[in-house]
Design a binder for this molecule. Structure first.
Ligand code: THU
Length: 146
């Protein structure tokens, strides 16, 4: 289960990562759902990689904020990560949980990192990636076949 807290209870580096996710959210392209999401992924060397959801008129081509951040990080050469912050809309006051597809991509590319789910209202849930995807399928299952 996650730890739930207020953003003010977190360390400066955690708050900064969430602030990055909130800013990335402003770049979301969500004309169809109007559900804007931002993500910020911190690499082991401290660099932060941003993502936002990008919706496409052929809806199935839409990319979630988390995957955009993970793929962008990978493309710049980052390989080790320690934390991901996700900021969704705050109409419900609840943090936005990553969808199932994003949970798999987080696990494959970043492993058991900390995941901060923040609402703009200031509530934060802190998860481990493994809690979000129990009994994960992953690269290890394919090793003997490659
Ligand atoms: N979305 C994300 O970007 N991340 C999530 O964690 C959940 C959903 C996006 C996809 C789509 O653009 C919109 O939110 C509504 O599903």
């Amino acid at each position: 289960m996650p730890t739930t807290c207020r953003i003010d209870d977190l360390s400066p580096s955690e708050r900064e990562l969430i602030a990055h996710a909130l800013r990335a959210r402003e770049n979301a392209h969500a004309p169809y759902s109007r559900f804007s999401v931002g993500a910020a992924l911190r690499a082991a060397d401290g660099t932060v990689h941003l993502g936002c959801n990008v919706e496409i008129s052929s809806y199935g081509l839409t990319e979630c904020a988390e995957r955009v951040a993970l793929f962008a990080a990978r493309a710049t050469g980052a390989r080790e990560f320690d934390a991901l912050a996700v900021a969704g809309p705050d109409s419900s006051g609840r943090p936005t949980p990553p969808c199932g597809a994003c949970r798999q991509v987080i696990w494959d590319l970043a492993g058991d990192i900390s995941v901060y789910l923040a609402s703009a209202a200031g509530e934060v849930q802190v998860w481990r990636a493994k809690e979000l995807l129990p009994e994960p399928f992953g690269p290890a299952h394919l090793e003997e076949y490659s």
